[in-house]
Design a protein around this ligand. Structure first.
Ligand code: ANZ
Ligand code: ZN
Length: 818
């Protein structure tokens, strides 16, 4: 046979074969169980900015290997694909190129779809959906209206993150280190009326339901979510305010420090500060407020930031000791956390301490640590109470509980739980998104667009795409904006915001089984058959964004009676990033590796193998350290091996050393695939290739054991290098397609190793007995014996002078003791 492996020649042929046979179609999208295990495998849906890139290649090489493996193991697999096709980059590209965002988006989708096919990704294309299709976003609008009916979508004025470059608001999740996640512009705060989903209503359930995910999601993602939700147990304490009927309520996690509260601080931008401010303090308050207006929440909470603030000219009374303490306004207190007001305990809280220093305020220590802390360092831990009236000498933890009980009895406070999680700000002042299905009527107020008028489609023309200072491009589409009020028929106007694209991606996986469904957002039969997702694969960067939104949406839909489960993703795998020379790939660094170029050079199989073989799925891949050329070599070896076997085997299969080795490698590979240790699994396949090659070179090409091994190798290879596997299968004289032949079963009798009991002596005395493989080598056995815990203990400091090994039965260690 021709000895040159060509990694390109085989592509079209096999794509046609798979298409014709419907090789990757799940048994039924919305029908009943066909008795096989079901496995719904989804990679986070791609965003169509240009062609697929190296990051896509990585995640789909990994997810496709998993999907193909499950399919070979006999599962009914749904490997779904769609596009997250709304969003800002399309608009920016459109502005730059003078194209419609739709044109740019749908062209890119076609390019990506073709690239997926050329990579041999085993999608069931019947799931294909695009979130920018009116048939899809209609259901965003429908879901929005259902959430609104249940009080889970609302509009309010809020200080929001604003990116002046992208001219839009951003969710907290999209602000990284105080900057816009997309363009790096420093984010400022602006007061705007915006739409929110009430994610906070689900804070506790988002936490509690993590119990279901424990051990199935990566621990660090769960930790990040836990942090993001930020549950704090503490208390509300009410302070009376002189000259004001309403008490001032604070949230504190340290009621035990109440006797040390020497002043109070209200968030400068809170309604309460506004309300408290005495007339003679108004001017300085307003001036201060203006001076700090642009700081983001992250800056505001930073401990290393100089503290500033102004007095509000008002005094409060500490409920436990009747002390009169001043009230300040500052930006280190956040308006929308807790109550927006704090009791400051400068002896035990660093930020309060810094503020006290700046403004020359008194500090009173009330907790003494059990052991003297570091001098000059503020003590923020537990201890014994002092200067705390009747609580002096009490343990701080117990005193905290007692103080809350005392306050509660007096009607001045209560234990409470606070969450860091904020409601999800979902409105965007951009064009390429789902229009919010609300009409604003001067007579009726906010009026929902009736279901039968959905979808509210984006205007075709008559608008200005370029955003202008907080005004949505949709607001310029005057003919589109003007509508009759659905309630009273009078003149009204459409809401001109669009939805965050994370709304689109919070539920798309529910629609995959039946993307053409028209009676609701998703087909209940498809849900029953496939959901929740068995294997979800995507990047870590979605830990507190997309993954949180999808979990929230699932719970909300469950509560609306639309879903029978509360968690969307049973198992989660995070893939790492593809980097170059240790740095993230980017145009500006000039270190972008072009995927198509790599595929052009090495073929899709080699690129896929390289992606998976580079390391554990969750690790980053440094493309500078790997070489698809190595993968091409290995694939060529497999291909040649297949061609080097004679058309028929000679004789019957019998137990042989070779077959033992082959079956053990198959068993190991299976275990590794089950544990998702895909890179190590590939290493076993490489070993198997070497074992078989050696046998062929030793003249055993006609041995039926070699043929069996080669077939097993090629069947397993189809998970990672599907084109080469099909081609090799054909060279083995088999009929297409290799993927119909399933995953090989290792014969347990061949895998089992005979074992022996090895006696380990030290200076002739029995110290340990080891169960070892009967065929263990002297060297391995010596290492095992010297590593035995009992031996190590017995030998101690003594010097080993000699080791006598009689594998597999005896090891005698000779030592001299000093
Ligand atoms: C008194 C005190 C004494 C506090 C002490 C801490 C230590 P976590 O754990 O993050 O929930 N706080 C409350 N509301 C705030 C707001 N809107 N902006 C900034 N800080 C706020 O933090 C709760 C603690 O953060 C609360 O407990 C409060 O300060 C402060 F030795 O009250 B503490
Ligand atoms: Zn009306």
């Amino acid at each position: 046979m021709d000895d040159a492996y060509n990694p390109h020649i085989i592509l079209d042929k096999w794509m046609k074969v798979w298409d014709l046979r419907g090789s990757f179609e799940a048994s039924s999208l919305t029908g009943t169980d066909d008795g096989r295990d079901r496995s719904y495998v989804v990679s986070m849906l791609p965003y169509p900015s240009g062609d697929l890139h190296m990051g896509h290649a990585e995640v789909y090489s990994i997810s496709d290997a998993m999907a193909r493996y499950l399919r070979l193991r006999g599962a009914d697999v749904l490997n779904a694909i769609g596009w997250d096709s709304f969003g800002l980059p399309a608009e920016n590209a459109a502005l730059k190129r003078g194209l419609h965002p739709r044109t740019w988006t749908y062209e890119n989708i076609e390019v990506q779809a073709e690239s997926f096919r050329r990579m041999g990704i085993s999608f069931d294309w019947r799931t294909r959906l695009h979130t920018s299709d009116p048939e899809y976003y209609r259901w965003n609008q429908w879901l929005f209206l259902r959430l609104r009916e249940h009080g889970l979508a609302y509009r309010k004025e809020a200080a929001v993150n604003w990116c002046s470059t992208d001219q839009t608001v951003l969710a907290n999740e999209q602000v990284v280190d105080g900057k816009c996640e997309r363009c790096g512009t420093v984010v400022i705060q602006r007061a705007l009326t915006q739409w929110f989903f009430k994610t906070t209503a689900y804070a506790q359930r988002l936490l509690d339901d993590m119990a279901e995910l424990e051990g199935k999601w990566p621990d660090d993602i769960l930790a990040m979510q836990r942090n993001w939700i930020g549950r704090s147990e503490g208390a509300h304490v009410d302070f009376a305010v002189e000259g004001r009927a309403e008490p001032l309520r604070v949230f504190t996690t340290r009621p035990d420090t109440l006797f040390g509260a020497t002043f109070m601080v209200a968030a400068v931008d809170s309604a309460i500060a506004e309300d408290l401010c005495a007339p003679e303090n108004r001017e300085s308050f307003e001036a201060y407020k203006t001076s700090v207006a642009s700081a983001t929440d992250i800056d505001r909470l930073a401990t290393n930031r100089p503290k500033t603030g102004v007095p509000l000219g008002r005094y409060a009374i500490n409920p436990v000791n009747g002390e009169r303490i001043p009230i300040y306004a500052s930006d280190y207190v956040l308006a929308d956390y807790g109550t927006g007001v704090i009791m400051a305990v400068p002896a035990h809280d660093q930020r309060d301490a810094d503020f006290a220093v700046t403004l020359g305020l008194p500090v009173r220590e009330v907790i003494v640590p059990a052991e003297a802390g570091e001098p000059g360092v503020l003590w923020s831990g537990p201890g014994t109470l002092v200067s705390s009236g009747a609580y002096d000498g009490h343990d701080s933890v117990e005193a905290g509980t007692a103080i809350v009980a005392e306050l509660e009895a007096a009607g001045r406070g209560c234990a409470t739980v606070n969450y860091r999680l904020r409601d999800w700000l979902l409105s965007r002042q951009r064009f390429w998104g789902t229009p919010i299905p609300i009409v604003h009527c001067p007579a009726c107020g906010e009026v929902p667009v009736p279901d039968e008028q959905l979808p509210v489609v984006l205007p075709e023309d008559g608008y200005e795409l370029k955003p202008t200072d907080g005004r949505s491009p949709l607001a310029t589409a005057e003919a589109w904006v003007a509508v009759d009020c659905p309630a009273c028929g009078g003149p009204a106007s459409r809401d001109t915001d669009t939805m965050d694209t994370f709304v689109d991606s919070s539920w798309y996986f529910l629609r995959y089984p039946n993307p053409d469904y028209t009676d609701g957002p998703f087909d209940p039969a498809g849900i029953a058959r496939w959901l929740p997702i068995d294997e979800y694969i995507g990047g870590k960067e979605h830990a507190t964004g997309h993954l949180m939104y999808a979990r929230f949406m699932t719970k909300a839909l469950h509560d609306l009676g639309l879903l029978p489960f509360v968690e969307p993703f049973t198992r989660l795998t995070n893939q790492g990033q593809v980097v170059m020379d240790g740095k993230a790939m980017s145009k500006s660094l000039g270190n972008l590796v072009n995927l198509q170029e790599q595929i052009g050079l090495y073929g899709p199989d080699a690129v896929r193998v390289t992606m998976v073989f580079a390391g554990p799925p969750e690790d980053d891949i440094d493309w500078a350290d790997v070489s698809p050329a190595g993968a091409v070599k290995w694939l060529g070896r497999v291909w040649r091996l297949a061609g080097d076997l004679p058309p028929a085997a000679d004789g019957e299969l019998v137990a042989s050393e070779l077959r033992r080795e082959v079956h053990r490698l198959v068993a190991d590979t299976t275990t590794l695939m089950d544990a998702k240790r895909l890179n190590v699994a590939i290493a076993q396949l490489m070993k198997l290739t070497t074992v078989l090659r050696r046998a062929v070179d030793a003249g055993q090409a006609a041995d039926p054991g070699v043929r069996e091994g080669a077939q097993m190798l090629v069947r397993m290879l189809s998970c990672f290098a599907p084109f080469t596997a099909e081609e090799a299968w054909e060279r083995l004289g088999k009929e297409a397609s290799v993927i119909d032949h399933g995953w090989p079963d290792a014969d347990p009798e061949l895998v089992a190793r005979d074992t022996a009991v090895c006696v380990v002596q030290v200076n002739g005395k029995l110290r340990d007995r080891l169960d070892v493989p009967a065929d263990i080598t002297d060297a391995d056995l010596q290492a095992l014996a010297l590593g035995s815990e009992k031996v190590v203990q017995d030998v101690g400091d003594a010097t080993v002078t000699k080791v006598i090994v009689r594998a597999p039965k005896l090891v005698n260690i000779v030592v001299t003791r000093s």
